[in-house]
Design a protein around this ligand. Structure first.
Ligand code: GDP
Ligand code: ZN
Length: 383
């Protein structure tokens, strides 16, 4: 009595524009800066996009897979299927955790497996799945639920989903040792926006610096709607707020090495960082490149993921009109440029450059914009 429906499985999400409407730019949209014309254009799917999908048959009953409601069964013949969440992936094997904390090692159904050879991210950390439980600690993934927030990176020019179904990206920067790199913040913010993750900015090691001169920087990000906190893993400043922000959410921690991610994680929950670093080591040895990340359950509710290194957060897609979308305060001026395809680099009558000169857009943010854009130029010339 299985009710079947056809679903399309995305094979290759190549050069697809991310939607521009994102929570942290909402402030700007509320003030009427949103470019309505561009927005609706983006809903039109590019020609040939359909060919990137493959239709497979799937059971229609899709129970909501919230952590708490995980014992809802699909109304299908698959009575022995159970819901769970992928906490890590090793090649074709995944470790699934169910709502009661049981871990099951799963392979994937053959149909899904044939897709994996074409798309490495069919099953990834954070996925909510239905699996057939063999009862001996092993099982088989039968279905992967649609994803929301994802963190991706380009991998041989293909999108590689590092982790799925996460809510927010905690960007950890240190104020000193290593020194603060604002352009890096903007790159992480762009990644967050691309993956539909709410960004939170943590400026760590505040115990080592005078905080007052940081106010303009903090004010700038707060104005963009990004929660920005000063923290110290050493004195405990900001840790209570960190815990509050992480509770019951799935959070990716990212930032260069040495900024204090492990120290902050340990301040949250003893030995948390130890588990994280063990996983990172395996990743860096590099043989199992599909071992992406691990979801780690927080004692006070929620999950964290630590991603090693910055290079993994290279922007997946940096066409100029997309990069401009990462900078709401730049986007606000775009409709005023003389040329509709203005890249805001060399053009005359560019409203963005004019706004930079008038200090309506910060020079620092404009340089970040140029940096991401020239990344695109490099890529174009390779093609
Ligand atoms: P990770 O590589 O991002 O995980 O950084 P770690 O947590 O390993 O921290 C790197 C170094 O910075 C260590 O020596 C920490 O003791 C130190 N550290 C981390 N957080 C702070 C902080 O808030 N204040 C000070 N003074 N040192 C810190
Ligand atoms: Zn322009």
């Amino acid at each position: 009595m299985t009710d079947k429906k056809k679903i399309r499985v995305e094979l290759r999400r190549n050069r697809t524009k991310p939607p521009r409407e994102k929570p942290w730019t909402r402030g700007f949209q509320a003030h009427g800066y949103e470019d309505e014309a561009t927005k609706s254009d983006e809903r039109v799917r590019a020609k040939g996009d359909l060919s990137r999908y493959r239709t497979i048959t799937q059971d229609t009953a899709t129970a909501p897979l919230e952590d708490g409601s995980a014992d809802t069964m699909p109304a299908t013949a698959d009575a022995e299927c159970r819901p769970g969440r992928v906490i890590r992936v090793h090649g074709l094997q995944s470790v699934i955790e169910t709502a009661d904390g049981t871990q099951v090692r799963c392979t994937v159904r053959r149909l899904l497996k044939s897709l994996i050879t074409e798309e490495r991210s069919i099953v990834t950390t954070g996925d909510r799945v239905w699996f057939r439980d063999a009862g001996n600690g092993e099982g088989m993934i039968e279905r992967v639920e649609p994803r929301h927030g994802v963190l991706t990176r380009a991998s041989r020019r293909r999108e590689h989903v590092l982790v799925a179904n996460v809510d927010q990206l905690v960007i950890v920067m240190s104020l000193v040792e290593p020194t603060l790199k604002p352009h890096l913040i903007d790159r992480y913010l762009a990644s967050a926006q691309q993956g539909d993750l709410a960004p939170i900015l943590f400026l760590n090691k505040v115990d080592l610096v005078e905080a007052a001169p940081l106010q303009p920087l903090i004010g700038g990000y707060s104005q963009l709607g990004i929660p920005t906190l000063l923290t110290s893993a050493t004195t405990g400043e900001g840790i209570a707020q960190l815990r509050e922000l992480l509770k019951d959410r799935a959070t990716v921690f990212s930032g260069q090495s040495g900024v204090g991610k492990s120290s902050l994680l340990n301040a949250l929950q003893p030995n948390l960082a130890l588990r994280v670093s063990k996983i990172s080591e395996v990743n860096q040895k590099g043989k199992h490149t599909t071992t992406t990340a691990e979801l780690i359950r927080l004692e006070f509710g929620g999950w964290v993921v630590d991603t090693p290194g910055v290079r993994q957060l290279e922007l997946w897609d940096t066409q100029p009109e997309i990069v401009e979308g990462f900078f709401p305060e730049i986007r606000a001026f775009v409709p005023l440029c003389s040329f509709p395809d203005c890249t805001h680099t060399h053009e005359t009558g560019c409203a963005v450059k004019r706004a930079v000169n008038r200090r309506q857009i910060s020079l620092r943010r404009y340089h970040s914009y140029l940096g991401m854009f020239s990344g695109d130029e490099t890529r174009k010339s390779e093609e």
